[in-house]
Write a protein that binds this ligand. Structure first.
Ligand code: G4P
Length: 531
């Protein structure tokens, strides 16, 4: 019985994240998806949240003042009988290491690209992170209602940057003021953007040379229908056909075009997610591969969110379930600290609302109250001693030195920073040649959060000073002598992280490149497994 029910729950689940450079349209698309899933009913709910009107967690002044959500939400909704877990990736000022780490907790990613801007810097970085787990990627090229880049050049750019073959599933018929819609290459259907004018939403067209049939000519114009017919012939010839296996292996990315603002093409994207995105996938642990079909519960923590209830210093640990089933009241082993806990108040999320749950399955994300004992990367099981791997720390990209206003509070500062680094808010480094404390983050806001939380939770006033560091890499070698020599020669660039791992803090790309070429026996790692 269990197997059947469990298998059914797996088959109907998809867990994914949307990634993009700010302003490409992630919020707009998320909102349209939630509307399709009937998880929200009014346009503007999510945008409103982004602008602060609907901010759910207002525990911190930063959130109130800036009207942004520092926290990550998980949205669960159903579309065509498929249960979708959409993990939000903080993108604007609240971009942080969490954004990277969330990508280790999903089974698929949707990448949004602004058709006029092409691939932007942040998208490139996020794509690199998806490479760690070879996560399959679906690409949506947005804002076709505006003047856009040539679609073939966009696809060239994607192939080069993503290192994947593009497989156009839909193809745009012009853009900007003249945008007519898309041709769905596999459904052989034109989907009209201006359907209110021509009174037909879609039109099946079996043979692309028939773009010159009278209805098409009438709808999109004679010249355009001839042009698009030739262009499509070319497209269909030059690009490979969609292949599900290659998609799952992240060798190819299906491409969709649309205009999220007008809710045009978002349904094509959602349909592709439910049709092609994988059901919950296995995860690798330090001892073995854990499959979602397994009967016993396992899961890992990929995010800790400091919560609104200051009185209780409440924190929420987000756990991605890997196998088995969560049942209210079950006993779980917190493997790192070797303790069992009875979990009776895990909750799930519905469009940002918290709901106490009775059951949850692989692919789902559950929230657990955490009173300071749970760390990012922790594993929970029904007793087995395993630790999931592949939920790393990422080398920070911005750095600050932290000072106390009252130097007598050094001990509290260290304690506070240790806690905040375990929650993944910031990384803390101790240079080997002095007693300074260097903080490293991925997004600027993390520094402000640290100052605010130190003040509120630990009663510590701290300030920052800039430091001459722009890059960091953890170093290791198979040879102890190499590391010892390196330590002697580069002591002023080296620091220890919270787990006493050595990290090289570099003032420039050139400096790092030179050091790396001079020390081929040393590994300079961009990520580090949680310990
Ligand atoms: P983000 O979450 O990726 O940062 O992007 P978001 O959805 O907030 O979209 C950024 C801006 O782009 C918004 O405009 C949004 O309305 C607009 N936009 C999104 N999709 C489309 C589209 O398909 N076509 C066009 N023309 N615009 C689109 P804004 O002026 O910054 O905000 P708002 O005043 O519309 O809320």
């Amino acid at each position: 019985m269990f197997e059947n029910k469990h298998e059914q729950e797996l088959i109907k689940r998809r867990t994914f994240a949307i990634i993009s450079h700010p302003d490409a349209g992630k919020t707009t698309i998320t909102e349209k998806m939630l509307l399709f899933g009937k998880a929200i009913h009014i346009s503007g709910t999510i945008k409103g949240r982004k602008n602060g009107k609907y901010a759910k967690s207002d525990w911190m002044n930063i959130e109130k003042e800036r009207g942004i959500s520092v926290t990550t939400s998980v949205m669960q909704f159903t579309y065509k009988n498929i249960l979708i877990n959409l993990l939000d990736t903080p993108g604007h000022q609240d971009f942080s290491e969490d954004t990277y780490r969330i990508l280790t907790a999903v089974d698929c990613c949707v990448v949004i690209i602004d058709a006029a801007k092409g691939i932007e810097e942040r998208t490139r970085k996020l794509i690199e992170v998806t490479r760690i787990h070879s996560t399959p990627i679906i690409t949506f090229i947005n804002k076709l209602d505006r003047d856009s880049c040539d679609p073939i050049s966009l696809l060239d750019e994607i192939e080069k940057d993503f290192k994947m073959h593009c497989i156009p599933i839909t193809w745009p018929i012009s853009c900007g003021k003249n945008f007519q819609g898309v041709y769905h290459i596999y459904d052989k259907t034109i989907h009209f953007y201006k359907h209110k004018i021509i009174k037909k939403k879609s039109y099946v067209i079996q043979d692309i040379t028939n773009f010159s049939d009278s209805f098409v000519k009438e709808s999109i114009g004679v010249d355009l229908s001839e042009y698009i017919s030739k262009e499509l012939e070319l497209i269909i010839n030059i690009y490979l056909k969609f292949n599900h296996k290659k998609f799952l292996e992240a060798m190819i990315t299906p491409i969709f075009f649309g205009s999220a603002l007008s809710n045009f093409g978002v349904d094509h994207l959602l349909n592709s997610i439910i049709q092609w995105a994988p059901s919950p996938l296995y995860r690798q642990s330090n001892k073995r591969r854990v499959n979602p079909q397994e009967k016993k519960f396992t899961g890992f923590v990929f995010k800790i969110q400091a919560n609104m209830d200051l009185k209780h210093r409440d924190r929420i640990a987000f756990i991605r379930i890997v196998s088995g089933k969560y049942k209210k009241g079950m006993k779980l082993k917190h493997v790192r600290i070797k303790k069992y806990i009875i979990v009776s108040d895990a909750f799930s999320f519905l469009a940002g609302e918290r709901i106490l749950i009775k059951n949850a399955y692989p692919g789902d994300v559950i929230g657990l109250h955490n009173h300071g004992t749970i760390k990012i990367g922790d594993t929970f099981t029904e007793g087995e001693d395993i630790k999931f791997i592949g939920i790393p720390s990422f080398a920070p990209e911005i750095f600050r030195q932290i000072y106390l206003k009252n130097p007598l509070k050094q001990k509290q500062l260290k304690k506070g920073l240790m806690q905040l680094s375990e929650e993944g808010t910031v990384q803390v480094f101790r240079p080997i040649i002095n007693n300074n404390l260097i903080l490293g983050a991925i997004g600027m806001l993390q520094f402000d959060v640290v100052i605010e939380r130190l003040k509120i939770e630990y009663n510590i006033d701290a300030i920052y000073e800039k430091v001459n560091i722009i890059l960091a890499r953890w170093i290791r070698s198979k040879n102890n002598d190499s590391i010892n020599n390196f330590k002697k020669n580069y002591s002023s660039y080296l620091a220890y992280d919270n787990n006493n791992n050595l990290i090289y803090l570099s003032p420039s790309i050139a400096n790092l490149n030179i050091v790396m070429t001079q020390h081929s026996d040393i590994f300079f790692d961009l990520t580090r497994e949680q310990e």
